[in-house]
Write a protein of this length. Structure first.
Length: 114
Protein backbone atom coordinates (compact mmCIF):
# COMPACT_ATOMS: atom_id res chain seq x y z
CA UNK A 1 0.00 0.00 0.00
CA UNK A 2 1.38 3.42 -0.92
CA UNK A 3 2.39 5.65 1.96
CA UNK A 4 1.45 9.33 1.87
CA UNK A 5 3.32 12.07 3.72
CA UNK A 6 1.82 15.51 4.18
CA UNK A 7 3.85 18.67 4.73
CA UNK A 8 3.70 22.42 4.42
CA UNK A 9 1.40 23.39 7.25
CA UNK A 10 2.09 26.18 9.68
CA UNK A 11 0.84 29.32 11.35
CA UNK A 12 -0.40 32.10 9.11
CA UNK A 13 -2.46 35.24 9.54
CA UNK A 14 -5.92 35.52 8.08
CA UNK A 15 -5.70 36.44 4.42
CA UNK A 16 -2.39 34.66 4.03
CA UNK A 17 -1.41 31.67 1.94
CA UNK A 18 0.11 28.24 2.38
CA UNK A 19 0.94 25.40 0.02
CA UNK A 20 0.58 21.87 1.29
CA UNK A 21 2.32 18.90 -0.30
CA UNK A 22 1.41 15.23 -0.29
CA UNK A 23 4.20 12.92 -1.39
CA UNK A 24 3.62 9.26 -2.21
CA UNK A 25 6.14 6.52 -1.53
CA UNK A 26 5.16 4.92 -4.81
CA UNK A 27 2.81 5.75 -7.63
CA UNK A 28 0.33 8.37 -6.51
CA UNK A 29 -3.26 7.28 -6.14
CA UNK A 30 -5.52 7.59 -9.12
CA UNK A 31 -7.86 9.98 -7.31
CA UNK A 32 -6.34 11.85 -4.39
CA UNK A 33 -8.16 14.00 -1.95
CA UNK A 34 -7.19 16.57 0.63
CA UNK A 35 -9.19 16.31 3.82
CA UNK A 36 -9.30 18.47 6.93
CA UNK A 37 -10.27 17.84 10.51
CA UNK A 38 -10.85 20.73 12.85
CA UNK A 39 -10.84 20.25 16.59
CA UNK A 40 -14.00 18.52 17.72
CA UNK A 41 -15.26 18.00 14.19
CA UNK A 42 -15.37 15.15 11.74
CA UNK A 43 -12.88 14.83 8.95
CA UNK A 44 -14.19 16.21 5.69
CA UNK A 45 -13.14 16.38 2.08
CA UNK A 46 -11.69 19.69 0.96
CA UNK A 47 -10.73 18.94 -2.63
CA UNK A 48 -9.94 16.03 -4.89
CA UNK A 49 -8.10 15.52 -8.15
CA UNK A 50 -7.93 12.71 -10.69
CA UNK A 51 -4.80 11.55 -12.45
CA UNK A 52 -5.84 13.50 -15.53
CA UNK A 53 -6.30 16.68 -13.51
CA UNK A 54 -10.04 16.94 -13.03
CA UNK A 55 -10.81 18.68 -9.77
CA UNK A 56 -13.64 19.13 -7.32
CA UNK A 57 -13.88 21.41 -4.29
CA UNK A 58 -15.92 21.81 -1.16
CA UNK A 59 -18.06 24.95 -1.34
CA UNK A 60 -16.26 26.43 1.65
CA UNK A 61 -12.93 26.58 -0.21
CA UNK A 62 -14.00 27.03 -3.81
CA UNK A 63 -12.22 30.01 -5.33
CA UNK A 64 -9.63 30.11 -2.55
CA UNK A 65 -7.93 26.72 -2.70
CA UNK A 66 -6.38 25.01 -5.71
CA UNK A 67 -5.49 21.33 -5.85
CA UNK A 68 -2.90 20.17 -8.36
CA UNK A 69 -0.65 17.21 -8.94
CA UNK A 70 2.69 16.37 -10.48
CA UNK A 71 2.45 12.75 -11.60
CA UNK A 72 6.16 12.62 -12.41
CA UNK A 73 6.92 13.47 -8.78
CA UNK A 74 4.01 11.45 -7.33
CA UNK A 75 2.99 14.55 -5.42
CA UNK A 76 -0.29 16.35 -4.91
CA UNK A 77 -0.46 19.97 -3.77
CA UNK A 78 -3.03 22.19 -2.13
CA UNK A 79 -2.52 25.90 -2.66
CA UNK A 80 -4.48 27.73 0.01
CA UNK A 81 -5.13 31.44 -0.46
CA UNK A 82 -7.21 33.97 1.45
CA UNK A 83 -7.05 31.78 4.51
CA UNK A 84 -9.64 32.24 7.23
CA UNK A 85 -9.54 31.28 10.91
CA UNK A 86 -12.17 28.64 10.17
CA UNK A 87 -9.66 26.90 7.88
CA UNK A 88 -7.68 25.97 10.99
CA UNK A 89 -7.41 22.19 11.02
CA UNK A 90 -5.14 19.24 10.46
CA UNK A 91 -4.97 18.49 6.74
CA UNK A 92 -4.54 15.01 5.35
CA UNK A 93 -4.27 13.53 1.91
CA UNK A 94 -5.67 10.16 1.05
CA UNK A 95 -7.53 8.22 -1.56
CA UNK A 96 -10.94 9.24 -2.78
CA UNK A 97 -13.24 7.70 -1.95
CA UNK A 98 -11.93 6.39 1.33
CA UNK A 99 -12.18 2.66 1.98
CA UNK A 100 -11.72 0.68 5.18
CA UNK A 101 -8.29 -0.40 3.91
CA UNK A 102 -6.96 3.18 3.72
CA UNK A 103 -4.78 4.36 6.58
CA UNK A 104 -4.38 7.96 7.61
CA UNK A 105 -1.00 9.64 7.93
CA UNK A 106 0.08 12.23 10.48
CA UNK A 107 -1.34 15.11 8.53
CA UNK A 108 -0.05 18.66 8.59
CA UNK A 109 -1.47 21.30 10.90
CA UNK A 110 -2.69 24.62 9.57
CA UNK A 111 -3.43 27.39 12.03
CA UNK A 112 -4.91 30.67 10.83
CA UNK A 113 -4.86 33.52 13.28
CA UNK A 114 -7.35 36.38 13.14
Amino acid sequence: QVQLVESGGGLVQAGGSLTLSCAASGTMLSITGWYCQAAGKQRELVARITRSGSTNYALSVKGRFTISRDNAKDTVYLQMNSLKPEDTAVYYCNAYPISSRDNWGQGTRVTVSS
